[in-house]
Each structure stands twice: as structure tokens, then as C-alpha cells.
Design a protein around this ligand. Structure first.
Ligand code: AMP
Length: 189
């Protein structure tokens, strides 16, 4: 089972992905986490992306596609991946489909966590103080939300057209969102 958790920043994708990892042994593939690890390690890649991430812009498709490709064998061995924060552009979505097809696999389900902008802004305001992420500040968050609305949300018709899109109310309590995701997974098992 390969699942995409889809939604704007602060929608709860990471929280739900971690729960699925614990409950089902799937592998979470978060390009944001991979890129933050690269920045923390001070690698050449990390140095290249640090400023872009801090601003809230997207890094280039080629970078994240390669990061994902490197991790696909591990996810396959675990029986499935939860893609968290990837794909974020049509080029990434098409590359993902091609990479999976090359391995005889596919995306089974795309769960969209729907949360409105006012709620997101409120959630993130609470996170500014505690997260320590350099992109959790009002200016960068505005850019991140803009990137989601302009570059990532247009992917929804792509997955809807493939009959894979399930919408979940991301404004509900964490446990309720979890239950809705479990139901969607059970329906597609
Ligand atoms: P996230 O933790 O998913 O919110 O990602 C943090 C930041 O990493 C984003 O604001 C982007 O700068 C970068 N990033 C993460 N995933 C991607 C992606 N799939 N495409 C482009 N940039 C990404």
C-alpha cells in the first residue's frame, strides 16, 4: 500500500504519518524531514537548500525526486510508503508515478487533509514559539501557503482523475482524523 498524505503546511500530515508508521510498519517518506537532515548535516545539498527552505519556497523538483528515489527500496521492503510533503508539483507527481511503475508498484490512495487557511494560520502561530524551525514564522508561512495553493493544490485534479483521491476533514480532532484515514485505507485494501 502506497499512500500520499496531501494537504497544506500544518494540516497534520506529519502527525498522521507517524501514527501510521507505528501502527502499520509503513515507512514515512517526508522530503521536508530529509531536507532538514541535509541542512543539519551541513552537506553540500543542505547548503544549497537552506535559504530556499527558510524563505518558504519549494526546492527544485530534481532534488526531491532523487531523495525519494533513493528511499523507495526501503519502503518497498516494509510493504509500503506514506508520502508526506511529496509530491508538491505536477512534475514530481508524474516522476513518482513513473518511478513506482518502474518497480511494478503504484500509488494506491491519496488522502487530502482539508483545513482552511484561517485555522492553519492559527495553528502555525502556536508552533512559531516552540518548533525551532526557521520557516515557522509569519513571513515564511505565507510563502509556504502560497506555494501550496499555487503549485501543489493543482495536483488534486490529477489524483481525482485517477480515482485515488479521498478527502478527510483535517479540522477534526487528531483521533477522528486518524479514524477517517483508517476507514479510507480499509475501503481500498
Ligand atoms: P515540509 O516539512 O514538508 O513543510 O517541507 C519544508 C520545506 O522543505 C518546504 O517549505 C520546501 O522548502 C522544502 N520541501 C519539502 N518537500 C518538498 C517538495 N516535495 N518539493 C519542493 N520543496 C520541498
Amino acid at each position: 500500500m502506497n499512500l500520499i498524505l496531501f494537504g497544506p503546511p500544518a494540516a497534520g500530515k506529519g502527525t498522521q504519518a507517524k501514527r501510521l508508521v507505528e501502527g502499520r510498519g509503513m515507512v514515512q517518506l517526508s522530503t521536508g524531514d530529509m531536507l532538514r537532515a541535509a541542512v543539519a548535516s551541513g552537506s553540500e545539498l543542505g547548503q544549497r537548500v537552506a535559504g530556499i527552505m527558510q524563505r518558504g519556497d519549494l526546492v527544485t523538483d530534481a532534488i526531491v525526486i532523487e531523495l525519494i528515489e533513493q528511499r523507495l527500496p526501503e519502503a518497498e521492503a516494509a510493504g509500503g510508503a506514506i508520502f508526506d510533503g511529496f509530491p508538491r508539483t505536477l512534475a514530481q507527481a508524474e516522476a513518482l508515478d513513473a518511478m513506482l511503475a518502474g518497480r511494478g508498484a503504484k500509488i494506491d490512495l491519496v488522502v487530502r487533509l482539508k483545513v482552511d487557511d484561517a485555522e492553519l494560520t492559527q495553528r502555525i502561530a502556536g508552533r512559531f514559539a516552540e518548533s525551532g524551525r526557521p520557516d515557522d514564522n509569519p513571513e515564511s508561512f505565507k510563502v509556504r501557503l502560497g506555494a501550496y495553493n499555487n503549485q501543489t493544490a493543482p495536483l488534486l485534479p490529477y489524483y481525482k482523475g485517477q480515482g485515488k483521491l479521498v478527502e478527510v476533514d483535517g479540522m477534526a480532532a487528531i483521533a477522528e482524523v486518524a479514524q477517517a484515514i483508517d476507514q479510507a485505507l480499509a475501503a481500498h485494501a
